[in-house]
Structure formats: C-alpha cells, structure tokens
Design a protein around this ligand. Sequence first.
Ligand code: FES
Length: 150
Amino acid sequence: MDDLRELYQEVILDHGKHPRNFRTPDDATAEAHGNNPLCGDQLTVYIKTGADGLVEDVAFIGRGCAISVASASMMTELVKGKTEAEARAIFETFHGMCTGEGDEGDVGEDLDKLKVLSGVRDFPTRVKCATLPWHTLVAALAGDSEVTTE
Ligand code: FES
C-alpha cells in the first residue's frame, strides 16, 4: 500500500507542477470561474464544444493547491473528446469517489486514473480542492459563469 501511495503522490505532484492544458484558448465556446472560499483559490475553465456535441477542447488557468491543479490537469485530459453527458457522468462518479459515497470498484479506465485523487475522502476540506475544477467545468457546460465549492 505504501508503494501505491507513493505512486499516487508522484502522479499528483507531476500534474500539480506541470499541469496539462494550462492555457487560455482563444476559441472557447464557454468558460466559468470557480472559487473555493475556504482558501481563496480560483480557477477558470474553458471548453470548446463542437457541432456534434463533443467537447473538443478543455483548458484552465488559475491558482490553486497541488490537489486542485492536478485534478484540473487530469480533468482536461479525460474530458476532451467526450460528450457533455459523459463529462457530467465522470464528474458524478468522481465526486462519489472523493466523498466516499460512490463505488470505487469497477469504474472503468477513465475513472481509474482519477483514483489517485480519491485519498482526499479522508480529508473533508481537501474534497473541495479535488472537485473545484470539476464544479467549474459543470458550470461552464451549464452556461453558468460563476461557481463556488460552498
Ligand atoms: Fe485551495 Fe486546495 S487549498 S483549492
């Protein structure tokens, strides 16, 4: 278990230090601004949805802890190429994993990658760190421009 923890730690640190898709795209079709009032961290998520309903691009900018930045980074990689409904479904399952309310069993390959973040379930305030980017993504998909983790 210690090896696994170490691996999880490494993945989070890597995404936290070298976030993927950390940029402001100039062709986004929607964006939302997310705020965690507990710590003041904030980020903006940009999405570009194609005519076929697929999420063609996801990017983000902002300031956050290693967990929130790693979660945002992994989110952008996972959601690209999915339908909006699939993106929402991933969020729902991931949220369950983080709060301990979901089933962590066979969650599929995509969600498997997010398991590294599910350790936050033991630290309630960290759940908001891991889910901040996802709440922001879902807000952007819904056409809302602002969201908080409260
Ligand atoms: Fe602010 Fe994690 S401490 S989002």
